[in-house]
Every structure is written in C-alpha cells, then in structure tokens.
Design a protein around this ligand. Structure first.
Ligand SMILES: [Zn+2]
Ligand SMILES: [Zn+2]
Ligand SMILES: [Zn+2]
Length: 112
C-alpha cells in the first residue's frame, strides 16, 4: 500500500482574459483647478443677482450665455454690473476683471 501520491498536475486557473478596466483609458484628472466655485453676483437687468455657481473656467461661457457679456477687442468700456463694483472696464479685459476681482483668481495658477 503506497500512499497515493498526489501528483500535482495543476492546470491552474484559466488565463484571465483582459478585463474591461484595462481596455479603458485611465480617468483624466481634472485640469489644474485651483479656484473654487463661487456665486455669480452679477446684477441682472431687474437688479436681482444671478446666484449661479461659476468657476474661472465656466465664467466666459456663463457671461456670454447668461448675461450677454462678450469680450471684444478695443477700448470700448462697459460698466461692470457685479455687486458693488460698477467700475468701467475695457471690454477686451472684462473676463479677466471678473476672474481676478470677483472670483479671486490669481494670475499664474495653472489655468487662464
Ligand atoms: Zn451670472
Ligand atoms: Zn467689477
Ligand atoms: Zn482661476
């Protein structure tokens, strides 16, 4: 009587097929975003404030679509209708004015 020798003939687990995860591109990390979401305090024509949350990145589109404020080259000035501001801003500079003055954006933080 010999102890049955367990010859380990191991087939092992079948090769794992590549999973979906490996086929997907790694998730893109958000681009350097260092400015917080803030409320838009732009005064609407009825003098109500806008109160939507915007960021530096969404500002220009927000201003165009919600408030009809476009940046234009040239020296034409417009009133800033942001709460308690009412400065005259040159139109080619207006988004920068909003970002730096009203959204707390500092120049050179990795996004424009
Ligand atoms: Zn707004
Ligand atoms: Zn302003
Ligand atoms: Zn910013």
């Amino acid at each position: 009587m010999s102890p049955s020798q367990n010859i380990e003939h191991y087939d092992g687990p079948a090769d794992n097929p590549p999973t979906l995860a490996t086929a997907l591109p790694p998730e893109q990390s958000e681009t350097a975003q260092s400015c917080p979401k803030l409320f838009c305090l732009y005064r609407k024509p009825c003098d109500d404030l806008c109160w939507q949350r915007i960021t530096c990145q969404s500002l220009s589109r927000h201003m165009q679509t919600e408030h009809g404020v476009y940046e234009k080259p040239g020296d034409e000035c417009v009133d800033c209708r942001w709460l308690e501001c009412s400065k005259q801003i040159k139109r080619h500079n207006i988004y920068r004015h909003y970002k730096e003055t009203h959204l707390g954006h500092k120049r050179g933080v990795g996004h424009s």
